[in-house]
Unconditional design. Structure first.
Ligand SMILES: [Zn+2]
Length: 537
């Protein structure tokens, strides 16, 4: 039986999850995610898909995060007409998340085009619009957890709770009809796997006895000491106490889904128990508010909220809806918690709050989630002294704090345990969704745990594995969109980052020079050097 899988994203990087699987008479995608991070990586969002969208028969989504679903509207624009499968909660979340993603792109493109007009550059177009996002979300059908269903000829599918965020799942496929003595193959896509002991989601599950496993590796090199929900609240209390003592506002760049609701619940519980003083908390993200409503719809299944009637709506929490209300928060100079998206600070209202608070040494920025390399969040976290936001240069003087006890991802040992629970796996394990060095660390750990080294693969972007041959899969690169050697490097930092850093340094250097004449001389020297380089090239 023909059986091929192409890794169209999240190969030696963390974002852009998308796997293209083909068997006789049926082609499908698992996830259709957007690339995030450096400009070079994000440019992949604008180009063609590395497959024919019209020839794809179905899409199976693991969970609602945009790096797993964000190119779905583009897939429809490029002619995909088949069904899209997801859990009910994933579908509910995407009803807001996909239009929001379209809206962000329209907004960003408008801003860039204003600049391009001034510079006499041609206009650019959004990958898709809010309308396209609405249309894609409307087309999603929902599937049950842990029940097999038929999705096409010789394609049986079963969803398993992955414990990562609301609605998240691993997706198991049984492929082939088995007719006339034909074979059947079983493959499981992990999606993102949650840690044990999350407040709002139960521990990840999955089947045993597979031919192949495609598994995420985000934290494949890291061992955390996972805290119980009570201990986690204790640690949060310590952060809030210190930030309140410092005297400024507390900004929390919040991921709209799951992290926001965990924090709302924990902050509310801490105030209810008088463990922290009553502080004003603003949730300033329309998307996070919509997501919270979806959580409320599904909160009957959340053991961790212990039957609390309104787990995310403590009286001190105010939901900020309009842009005017959001702008008005500028006048709040101290003592408030402002939770705002996006979680990596690369879009949304948080940028405006950072602009207002970053240069205040009394303010605190509390990171509560993963910051992809190249994002504004990662620059701040890595200790940048100055950053640019909306074209303005801002000094970073605020207290920068980061906590990892709200992770939505399993750590290394939890991943290894989860993988072992799937044994036996006879054909191969593909490690995806991780930075190169992290994936290598997880691979070594699996080999130490007695996995056959010949069966643990680290796919590259646009690499195809032919699983229909006997023995080891045959692999080849199929028109790779990026130079394979440079993928993991450009995912971390590309020339755009170097350029931005150079501009900041230059501005600083110029300021430290004693007088106008010396500054002008430096600029003349710089020009001369550049001209020389041009001629040499
Ligand atoms: Zn995720």
């Amino acid at each position: 039986m023909e059986f091929k899988i192409k890794f169209c994203g999240a190969a030696r990087t963390v974002t852009g999850s998308c796997y293209h699987v083909s068997i006789p008479g049926f082609r499908f995608l698992v996830d259709c995610g957007m690339f995030q991070g450096t400009k070079t990586i994000r440019e992949l969002n604008y180009g063609d898909f590395p497959f024919d969208a019209k020839a794809v028969d179905a899409v199976f989504l693991t969970h609602a995060h945009i790096d797993h679903t964000g190119l779905l509207p583009k897939l429809l624009k490029r002619g995909f007409t088949g069904p899209i499968f997801a859990t009910e909660a994933t579908r509910d979340l995407l009803t807001y998340m996909l239009p929001d993603s379209g809206h962000i792109q329209e907004f960003e493109v408008k801003r860039i085009n204003q600049r391009n007009r001034r510079r006499d550059l041609p206009p650019i177009f959004p990958i898709y619009t809010k309308e396209d996002g609405v249309r894609a979300a409307e087309g999603i059908r929902y599937v049950p957890m842990e029940d097999w269903f038929d999705a096409g000829p010789g394609v049986r599918v079963r969803y398993w709770n992955a414990g990562h965020i609301l609605g998240s799942a691993s997706v198991e496929f049984e492929l082939g009809t088995g007719a006339n003595g034909g074979e059947r193959k079983r493959i499981l896509f992990s999606g993102d796997i949650g840690p044990d002991q999350k407040t709002l989601q139960s521990n990840p599950q999955g089947p045993k006895n597979l031919d192949y496993l495609v598994v995420e590796s985000t934290y494949g090199d890291r061992d955390r000491s996972d805290l119980s929900p009570e201990a986690r609240r204790g640690a949060l209390k310590a952060e809030i106490d210190a930030a309140v003592t410092s005297g400024g506002n507390i900004l929390i760049p919040a991921f709209a889904v799951e992290r926001t609701q965990e924090l709302l619940f924990d902050l509310g519980t801490l105030m209810d128990n008088r463990q922290i003083p009553d502080i004003q908390i603003y949730l300033d993200s329309p998307l996070a508010i919509r997501a919270t409503e979806v959580f409320e719809k599904h909160s009957g299944h959340m053991e961790g909220v212990n039957g609390v009637a309104k787990p995310f709506r403590h009286p001190s929490i105010r939901f900020i809806q309009t842009v005017e209300e959001s702008m008005a928060l500028e006048t709040v100079r101290s003592g408030a918690v402002i939770m705002s998206a996006s979680g990596m600070c690369d879009a949304g209202r948080i940028r405006h709050h950072l602009l207002n608070n970053l240069s205040n040494p009394k303010a605190t920025v509390l990171f509560v989630g993963y910051q992809a390399p190249g994002t504004l969040g990662s620059l701040i976290l890595d200790g940048a002294k100055k950053v640019r936001i909306h074209g303005q240069e801002v000094s970073v003087k605020a207290r920068i704090r980061s906590v990892d006890f709200y992770s939505a991802h399993a750590d290394r040992e939890q991943l290894v345990d989860w993988i072992r629970e799937r044994f036996p796996i006879t054909g191969g394990i593909f490690l995806s969704h991780g930075e190169q060095s992290v994936i290598e660390a997880l691979r070594s750990r699996l080999i130490k745990a007695k996995m056959d080294a010949n069966l643990v693969f680290v796919p590259q972007l646009d690499e195809v594995f032919d699983l229909s041959v006997d023995g080891a899969p045959k692999r080849h690169l199929d028109n790779p969109r990026l130079d394979p050697a440079s993928v993991s490097e450009t995912a971390t930092s590309d020339w755009h980052n170097d350029y931005a850093a150079l501009l900041l340094e230059l501005a600083n250097d110029l300021r430290t020079l004693p007088d106008v004449e010396t500054r002008r001389r430096l600029l003349v020297d710089l020009r001369r050097t550049l001209k020389g380089k041009e001629r040499a090239a």
